[in-house]
Design a protein around this ligand. Structure first.
Ligand code: FAD
Length: 398
């Protein structure tokens, strides 16, 4: 490992991989460090992503696609299932990835582009001089080293510490952390081409339960509930176990993962002098769906593009790096995070009867497109009373 790079990326998830690849492709010296011994494992994800979203960054490859989705179902608290067909999305719905291979492929591409990659290497402290970030202290198998960098890109995920160490408030309120548990299940009866979401305060309070197929008789079966709803006897795992026992009594769990998803607003500022935060570390997960793979890749790539420009111009101050912060907020992704935050806040306050009414009402609509925005727009048209309940948000959607 060299002692100085132009760009140091902390974390080898989708955000870090795209940041490292982009900066390396632009000819900058890049080092990516990942604290885990292997990229992509353990998987803490239901692995769902939209086809069009993915295509912005990488050619689909059957090596890391577990299943192709052609529809989705939403199950109301009263058991009614609303179906969304692929014809509403021009045949383009989504994939369930195999992230053990997908994440590895992304980092592989970063390495091919010229980035140095070190696994089992943890950034354990920032190196500061005169109040400015100059690099990071790294630990690998008991050895400590120092790496200097013009720009550090913190892509250290939901558990991100690097930003905090550098003085950025990265705290997520407990109520906005989804406590999540997921089983990879086999030997279950499912539609292998449709994702199913279960809603309701008895099923997944302030969250949802999902079945994301991974093959003919296999799926990621998981749940996310609000941290404030979790407690002894009613933790996410208790809800999931109850569901699995009832729905898939003969299924087998071959993997169990536990993780947190932040469904708060993004950080107030995602840059500082010589520092940029991307992906989950910047809290850019979609607050309504909990989806963060696309947002991680989007912010990782954009951050590296801005970093490259700033390094070339010799100014990596917070003021110069702010271009990144402004651009992602103004992007389609940034706007949808803000909109979906309001929708999430509205939805989690609804009793089951209201959720039933909303889902029944949406299912009766003649939807021509398959997106959260279309769903909400159509719902507002059909239920003018909702306009008042949603207040300012409704105006921004119409
Ligand atoms: P991560 O993928 O978390 O990568 C961060 C990396 O940084 C990790 O590998 C970590 O080991 C490393 N790291 C942390 N600290 C350090 C350090 N100090 N030094 C070195 N390395 C460090 N999103 C979707 O789009 N679709 C889904 O279906 C979906 N389902 C989900 C289900 C669950 C249960 C959970 C928990 C999340 C889900 N998400 C989903 C969210 C998605 O997984 C994340 O948004 C995405 O992985 C974010 O990518 P990232 O690169 O920002 O962070």
């Amino acid at each position: 490992m060299k002692s100085k790079y132009e760009v140091l990326v902390i974390g080898g998830g989708p955000a870090g991989a795209l940041a490292a690849k982009t900066a390396a492709e632009k000819g900058f010296s890049v080092c990516l460090v990942e604290k885990r011994p292997a990229i992509g494992a353990p998987v803490r994800c239901a692995e769902g992503i939209g086809k069009e979203a993915l295509a912005e960054f990488i050619e689909p490859d059957s090596r890391w696609i577990s299943a192709e989705m052609s529809g989705a179902g939403i199950v109301a608290p009263d058991g009614f299932e609303m179906t969304l067909e692929s014809s509403m999305a021009g045949g383009k719905v989504g994939y369930i990835l195999d992230r053990k291979i997908f994440d590895r492929e992304l980092v592989w591409q970063a390495a091919d582009a010229g980035a140095d990659v070190y696994v089992k290497t943890r950034a354990s402290a920032p190196i500061m001089h005169d109040g400015r970030l100059k690099g990071a202290q790294l630990e690998c198998c008991g050895n400590v080293s120092k790496v200097m960098a013009d720009v550090v890109i913190a892509a250290d995920g939901v558990e991100s510490k690097f930003g905090k160490w550098c003085g950025i408030d990265t705290t997520v309120p407990v109520r906005e952390i989804m406590s999540s548990v997921q089983y990879v299940m086999t030997d279950i009866d499912i539609n292998p081409h449709a994702t199913i979401f279960y809603l309701g305060n008895e099923v997944a309070p302030e969250g949802y339960l999902w079945v994301f197929p991974k093959g003919k008789r296999a799926a990621n079966v998981g749940i996310g509930i609000s941290g404030r709803k979790s407690g002894k006897g009613h933790r996410a795992k208790d809800y999931l176990d109850r569901f699995v026992k009832q729905k898939f009594p003969h299924g087998k769990s071959i993997e169990c993962i536990i993780g947190g998803v932040s469904v708060c607003r993004p950080l107030e500022c995602t840059v500082a002098d010589n520092l940029m935060l991307v992906g989950d570390a910047a809290r850019v997960v979609d607050p309504l769906t909990g989806g963060g793979i696309y947002n991680a890749m989007f912010t990782g790539k954009l951050a590296a593009e801005v970093a490259a420009d700033c390094i070339a111009k010799g100014d990596v101050s917070k003021k110069a790096l702010m271009t990144y912060d402004r651009e992602w907020r103004a992007s389609k992704m940034g706007k949808s995070i803000e909109r979906n935050y309001h929708i999430k806040e509205y939805m989690i306050k609804q009793p089951d009867e209201k959720l039933n009414a909303i889902i029944h009402s949406v299912s009766a609509l003649d939807l021509t497109e398959f997106s959260t925005l279309t769903l909400i727009k159509e719902l507002l048209k059909a239920n003018p009373k909702l306009l008042i309940e949603l207040g300012a948000l409704a105006a921004s959607i119409r």
